[in-house]
Design a protein around this ligand. Structure first.
Ligand code: GDP
Length: 467
């Protein structure tokens, strides 16, 4: 075991992580995004399309016929929930297809590929196994990294200012006015304050605000009701010493950082090799300039988490390791006719360039794309008042079909991203439409996964080079 361990460590040092004693490469692929961005659908469709690769021509190893087999295997992390692939796929592909349950917590799935090497090695080496460990986690938890740099007083100041500036925060701020932070601690009051604060964060999230930290207030996982998520920001107060409401809130905030945020980064984040961040850009465009602005900020914050040296705790933790490739993917592109896909991708790339500037992120390993993990629509052209309109048509949740035109995305992203737009409530030329289609009934052919848009390209960028 000593020798094997030494070898494992030696090989890890060269950036190739290996599995057990067999020296099989392992790629840890992180999948994240804010709630409802499409993580669950993405993983389910990706796995189904890797098991049956008929639609994966853009993944070079699949296109070249070098993937000889793919199978699900027991994951290495035995204490982590398994991503419930079978249930999610059954929901999507049943006789009455529905969208699966969304991500609430961390989960993992191991897919192993049997791959024939490419190029020069092809004749010499036999096929080898490559393990893809897919780790699904809420993007909300990633944004918690910023909390590590703050103490309770600084966090409270910022959180209260943010709440004060948002319509959804009004009633919470009003409730706070009657609270004396220096009063003796009372559990009932702490719970009421935390509940009010959580309700405000929920409402802010619903309204499209991206930064709604602490992340576990929205997605507590198994911490629901625990003291470590039962706190709220409070203003500074004279005489708020030991035993006061404020002192206990501060203690819980510190516990949240220590017992929730740090362990998450240690156990999951620090081990990721490749990362995809899903962004529901169409939804933000539909909501208007404020939502787009929030999305820009969230993208910069998320990108910042991956920047080496961003945070002393992370630097110590990562010891020079870093995520090698990072994809920001605008999801649900099937809501648009394909004529508009390049425009969606251009907006995504422009936002990403800007996020890189904001986050001072250097490195050539970041890309933006427009994809649909699961295509729920077909395209259609109709004549309307003498002009041709390009539509997408799909099933609607109540039953039946609907055709839909989201509006024209501008050819120049600057039309959307110009600073002049940032403060406005709505787009001058009216909203981009929004539509919720149900998944299509799939008559899946043998050897083919569910239909998608550019999922194979996304896979190629994320891990194609390792196959
Ligand atoms: P999560 O919270 O990030 O896990 O998000 P989900 O994967 O549960 O997706 C949230 C919702 O977005 C789904 O219920 C669908 O309504 C929609 N959605 C996700 N991916 C797609 C897609 O590729 N195409 C379409 N049309 N809708 C999608």
């Amino acid at each position: 075991a000593g020798l094997a361990d030494g070898l494992t460590r030696g090989i890890e040092g060269f950036g190739e992580r290996v599995s057990g004693a067999l020296f099989e490469p392992v790629i840890r692929l992180g999948v994240t995004g804010l709630a409802r961005a499409g993580k669950t659908v993405f993983i389910t469709s990706l796995v189904a399309n890797l098991l049956d690769r008929g639609r994966m021509g853009g993944l070079a190893a699949a296109g070249e016929g070098r993937i000889l087999g793919a199978y699900l295997q027991p994951q290495p992390d035995v204490t982590l929930p398994r991503f419930d692939y079978e249930t999610h796929l059954a929901a999507l592909t049943g006789p009455e297809p529905r969208w699966p349950e969304s991500t609430r917590s961390v989960s993992e799935l191991r897919l192993s590929l049997r791959v024939r090497p490419a190029g020069m090695l092809a004749g010499m080496a036999g096929p080898r196994n490559v393990h893809l460990d897919i780790v699904d986690y809420p993007g909300e938890w990633l944004l918690d990294l910023a909390l590590l740099d703050k103490d309770y007083a600084a966090w409270s100041r910022e959180a209260l200012a943010r709440a004060g500036g948002r319509a959804e925060g009004a009633s919470w701020c009003k409730a706070l006015a009657g609270v004396d932070p220096a009063a003796a601690f009372d559990e009932g009051q702490a719970q009421r304050l935390a509940a009010g604060f959580t309700a405000y964060l929920r409402a802010a999230r619903e309204a499209g605000h991206a930064d709604c930290t602490p992340g576990r207030f929205l997605l507590p996982g198994d911490l629901e009701g625990a003291p470590v998520v039962t706190f709220a920001p409070l203003p500074e107060a004279e005489g708020a010493g030991r035993g006061s409401l404020r002192a206990e809130m501060a203690r819980r905030f510190e516990a949240y950082k220590r017992a929730v945020v740090r362990p998450f980064f240690r156990a999951h984040f620090a081990r990721i090799d490749r990362q995809v961040v899903l962004v529901d850009l169409l939804d933000a465009l539909h909501r208007g300039p404020l939502a787009v602005e929030e999305t820009r900020r969230a993208m910069a914050d998320i990108l910042g988490t991956f920047r080496p040296g961003r945070n002393a705790f992370l630097t110590r933790l990562l010891q020079g390791r870093r995520v090698e490739r990072l994809l920001f993917a605008a999801t649900k592109a099937d809501h648009l006719h394909h004529a508009q896909h390049p425009r969606l991708a251009a907006i995504m790339e422009a936002m990403l360039r800007e996020a890189r500037d904001r986050a001072q992120y250097a490195g050539a390993d970041v890309r933006g794309m427009a994809i649909a993990a699961l295509r729920a629509t077909v395209e259609e052209t109709r004549r309307h008042g003498g002009a041709e309109v390009e539509l997408v048509r799909g099933r609607v949740p109540g039953g039946g079909q609907a055709a839909f035109h989201a509006g024209e995305l501008p050819a120049d992203p600057a039309a959307i991203l110009s600073p002049a737009r940032a403060g406005a409530e709505a787009w001058p030329e009216g909203a981009f439409g929004s539509m919720r289609f149900a998944p299509a009934r799939l008559g899946l052919r043998a050897g083919e996964g569910p239909p998608h848009i550019r999922l194979d390209r996304a896979a190629q960028f994320l891990f194609g080079d390792r196959l």
